[in-house]
Ligand binder design. Structure first.
Ligand code: ADE
Length: 241
């Protein structure tokens, strides 16, 4: 299988095993997402394992709180460094992380190339932010990477960690049954996907293009590539630069 990282193509031969630890104040937010569809299948196939760690268990006070007022004032609470540092110290006793990723709106913007790159790692850890974010020293000293899923602010980093995990897991070799289907996804070659059709060949007078019904795979592939290029020019011209 091939993966595109930056502007280079990599050939991947071996099936990787990946463990993901997710540090969160709301572990229950993840249960539905990781127990369905491809994310569940990846775990059942033994390619991925995921563990959630409730940050409150690492609180350093009897109230189980993990946040406090910001020094210097200002609205909003800050996630304190101690519970996060203690949690990471505990987790690092078990494994060495390739990346410790803090999900933050001002991080590098997630794209297919980053998902492909991270899919080749063995141990990832996500730290989900809340409130006004984490004490800056966490960002400076404890995390290795900061990723955003777009220019908008979510109420917490959990949905971002779930989105990033999904984008990574589905491209791990062996997760999808038909590996070519991940390769033909939008963005894998900096092109968006071509249109696709299924039965019936005509609905309400709306016809599937004759070429798609021709059975000539060479012509269909050429047509699909043309359509991908045309759509990318129309919808996402910046991808072609
Ligand atoms: N936390 C809050 N908003 C976020 C975003 N857009 N991306 C990643 N993490 C976030």
């Amino acid at each position: 299988m091939q993966a595109v990282i930056g502007n280079k193509y990599y050939y991947i031969q071996n099936i990787n095993f990946m463990h993901i630890d997710i540090i969160t104040l709301f572990p229950d937010l993840f249960t539905g997402i990781f127990s369905q569809s491809i994310l569940s299948r990846a775990q059942k196939k033994g390619i991925v394992s995921v563990e959630f760690h409730d940050l409150r268990e690492y609180s350093v006070n009897k109230y189980k709180s993990v946040d406090d007022y910001a020094y210097g004032g200002g609205a909003g609470m800050v996630m304190q460094i101690e519970p996060i540092a203690n949690c990471l110290e505990d987790l690092k006793k078990k494994r060495t992380y390739d990346e410790i990723i803090y999900t933050a709106p001002d991080g590098e913007r997630l794209n297919q190339s980053i998902a492909n790159e991270l899919s080749l790692k063995n141990n990832l850890c996500f730290l989900c932010g809340h409130y006004k974010g984490v004490d800056e020293r966490v960002r400076e000293h404890l995390v290795t990477r900061e990723i955003s899923i777009g220019d908008y602010v979510l109420s917490g980093g959990e949905l971002a960690a779930a989105v990033i995990s999904d984008a990574i897991i589905r491209v791990i070799p062996g997760v999808l049954n038909d590996e070519t289907s991940a390769l033909s996804d939008s963005f894998q070659a900096n092109l968006v996907s071509p249109p696709v059709y299924s039965r019936p060949a005509e609905y309400n007078g709306w016809k599937v293009p004759d070429i798609i019904l021709s059975g000539n795979t060479k012509l269909i592939d050429e047509w699909s590539l043309e359509q991908s290029i045309k759509r990318t020019k129309e919808r996402r011209p910046e991808l072609l630069k």
